[in-house]
Design a protein around this ligand. Sequence first.
Ligand code: 5GP
Ligand code: ZN
Length: 136
Amino acid sequence: MDCIFCRIAAGEIPSATLYEDEDFRVILDLGPATRGHALILPKAHYRNLLEIPEELAGKAMILARKIVAAGKKALHCDGYNVVQNNGAAAGQTVFHFHMHLIPRYEGDQAGVTWKPGTLTEEEKQEITACMTEALR
Ligand code: 5GP
Ligand code: ZN
């Protein structure tokens, strides 16, 4: 398997590394949405949120918090989006689990938003029923 993020995380391909520990490497995204857009990469290969072990997923979120705190201090941004895409339909293009940490600046034109739809009473009941069943 030839996975670019495995190679970057292992240090085989050089990257702008912000942070590294035994489980993760945090790098700057090569196609940043905004200044300071970073990616958390686990060093082990998992395709997505369903494959990464729970404990490591928890560590990734704790690390995200640390990067966001540092980014607010160092980059003087006004906010942060933490984004994690799963599946091509959701915009995932590299199939090695990663989290995007996107600093936001007042007035930036980064498009990390969606157009709000509507939730009908019928959908509310139908979705709540099937999801609570699946979560049981
Ligand atoms: P996805 O669309 O899968 O959620 O995000 C993949 C991200 O990886 C994109 O934002 C893209 O710019 C970034 N990316 C793809 N290849 C490379 C690379 O070789 N190096 C770095 N630093 N970022 C990459
Ligand atoms: Zn990989």
